[in-house]
Design a protein around this ligand. Structure first.
Ligand code: MN
Length: 130
């Protein structure tokens, strides 16, 4: 089964880079450039994982992680944060928001592959067994 990944990233070049790479790795890719777009995309069709840019312009990308974790039907979705700031305080903020993993920019695709494989292997909530 092909996994659907939602890429949330406001920077066009970074977004295209991530989307192209995921598509080349045979993932299905959906993208969003803002909090509003991300919320809509998740509600329309919950993805199998979210790649989340922590800084969406002047918006805090982590509000998406908080929101996902608060919803019973979504809280199983792995969220991998992407950040330009590798400081410990930023990582604490990222994990406090419920992200499963954190990769720093520029994204090392080997590292990202490892996280995706790890978190997509976790059994999903039994919400579409019928
Ligand atoms: Mn950004």
């Amino acid at each position: 089964m092909t996994h659907r990944i939602l890429v949330v990233e406001d920077n066009e070049l970074n977004r295209e880079l991530l989307c192209d790479w995921l598509a080349a790795e045979s993932y299905q890719v959906v993208s969003a450039t803002s909090l509003a777009q991300a919320f809509t995309a998740i509600q329309e069709m919950p993805p199998d994982a979210v790649l989340l840019d922590v800084q969406l312009g002047d918006q805090d990308g982590l509000s998406i992680a908080w929101w996902i974790r608060k919803h019973a039907t979504l809280s199983h979705i792995p969220v991998i944060a992407v950040t330009a700031h590798a400081m410990v305080t930023e990582q604490e903020r990222i994990f406090a928001a419920g992200c499963n993993a954190c990769v720093s920019k520029p994204v090392d695709f080997k590292v990202l592959t490892k996280h995706l494989q790890q978190w997509l292997a976790v059994p999903e909530a039994p919400d579409h067994t019928g």
